[in-house]
Ligand binder design. Structure first.
Ligand SMILES: Cc1cc2nc3c(=O)[nH]c(=O)nc-3n(C[C@H](O)[C@H](O)[C@H](O)COP(=O)(O)OP(=O)(O)OC[C@H]3O[C@@H](n4cnc5c(N)ncnc54)[C@H](O)[C@@H]3O)c2cc1C
Length: 387
């Protein structure tokens, strides 16, 4: 959506295909980081964007056993917004779609599912899609696969995937929020269990971390045991764990961390999770996808407008974005294995000494804030709006 918006804004004809009718679906990440807010500022959209309902977070932290640690402090970042924004992803997408529609070059087609690619020799020439009115073919100078972790585009293009593995899956559910609930503790680790709680205004979006493939074991233990675990991790919410009455309220999200060795083929480029599926660790996947979109627009706009796009241009996008992808995934895999993997099932886990330093020297909190809030190699909008 972001790349569609940027290209259309610069005068390139774009068709954005979305298989669902709308964006209003279950939890798919909420965090809009300072790097993305900076992009919104550069596009002149920030003030309007911040009028949408959201919450702001200046510091993120966690609780391990009885000890609390602030891990990231965004208030020192060299950006216009020195905070994270929590906004449901469907609101963010609706906002971009609404603004995209101001350009006659932007054509968003929902309820249109890509099922295959069209080719001419080795070149990708477009997509085959399923619509309520029957199948269609769309021809295009370049197909951008931005269809997420289970990308059909990357599968059909036969691009090779490097799987980095993830030791965990996440169970997502909601608990109501009371006005006197304590502040924003994002992560909680206690008694060998891990949970994340995100403030969504009138409810908490909770992510309960389990061993990879451990859902059957959790179900065998029963809902009562699950409710007890949740109450142990978040004692302040123990009075409302009874709101979880059936397994249908709990959604399993399997975590994957992988990346393509080559993000492109003649006539096709993958970006976002389709090029590199991100773990929920650090909540950076959305922002990395947005950064890919900005880089792709910066590199591809002129060749597209001048009708001189080559495979070399697509390769330049991968070269630009590979380092931030590798660095971010390395950070996620480290946290998954050294912190989360070790804490899962280990009731005696305590605050590791390097993290204790964050409480002693608050200046250290600026480092994770930079890595999470800005990311590696932040992108800036270099394309112009065509009036
Ligand atoms: C449990 C979990 C929690 C997470 N929490 C966060 C978080 O808080 N913050 C964060 O930044 N990241 C989070 N992430 C990562 C984040 O969700 C992704 O990195 C990010 O959404 C990637 O964006 P994307 O646009 O590449 O793909 P997606 O957001 O997956 O978007 C792909 C789009 O393509 C559409 N689509 C798919 N197939 C087709 C098709 N065949 N035809 C047409 N359309 C299609 C989909 O409907 C979807 O709208 C989380 C991930 C997980 C697993």
């Amino acid at each position: 959506m972001m790349l569609g918006y940027l290209l259309a804004r610069a005068g390139v004809d774009v068709i954005v295909l979305e298989k669902h009718r709308d964006f209003l679906r279950d939890f798919r990440g909420d965090t809009i980081h300072p790097s993305t807010l900076e992009v919104m500022y550069e596009l002149g959209l920030l003030d309007e964007f911040l009028k949408r309902p959201h919450s702001k977070v200046e510091r993120v932290g966690g609780q391990i056993g009885d000890e609390f640690v602030t891990l990231g402090d965004f208030t020192h970042l060299p950006t216009h917004c020195k905070f994270l924004v929590f906004m449901p992803q469907w609101d963010f997408l609706d906002f971009l779609a609404e603004h995209g529609r101001r350009y006659k070059t932007f054509d968003l087609r929902t309820d249109t599912e890509v099922v295959g690619l069209t080719t001419s020799g080795a070149r990708i020439t477009g997509v085959q899609a399923r619509t309520p009115d029957g199948p269609i073919d769309i021809r295009s100078r370049v197909v951008i696969g931005a269809d997420g972790r289970h990308s059909i585009v990357r599968e059909k293009a036969g691009l090779e995937i490097e799987d980095l593995g993830a030791p965990m899956d996440v169970l997502w559910f909601r608990l109501s929020k009371h006005s006197d609930d304590q502040g924003q503790v994002l992560g909680r680790i206690a008694g060998g269990r891990i949970m994340v709680m995100l403030d969504r205004g009138d409810y908490w979006q909770c992510g309960f971390v389990i061993h990879k493939g451990g859902i059957d074991e959790v179900k065998r233990a029963g809902l009562d045991a699950f409710r007890r675990d949740v109450a142990t991790l978040a004692p302040f919410a123990a009075d409302r764990v009874h709101e979880i009455t059936e397994w249908d309220q709990i959604k399993l999200l399997t975590v994957a961390v992988d990346r393509l060795r080559r993000w492109y083929r003649d006539g096709l480029l993958c970006i976002g999770d389709a090029a590199h599926a991100m773990s929920p660790v650090g909540g950076v996947g959305i922002n990395l996808a947005i950064q890919d979109a900005v880089a792709a627009a910066n590199i591809l706009t002129a060749p597209l407008l001048e009708d001189r796009l080559t495979t070399h241009d697509l390769e330049r996008v991968q070269r630009r974005r590979m380092f931030p992808t590798r660095a971010t995934q390395a950070m996620q895999v480290f946290v998954q294995e050294q912190v989360l993997g070790r804490a899962l099932g280990n009731p005696r886990v305590s605050l590791p000494w390097p993290l204790r330093l964050f409480n002693r020297w608050p200046i250290l909190r600026r480092l994770p804030a930079r890595a999470i809030g800005l990311g590696f190699r932040p992108e800036h909008v270099r394309t112009m709006e065509v009036p």
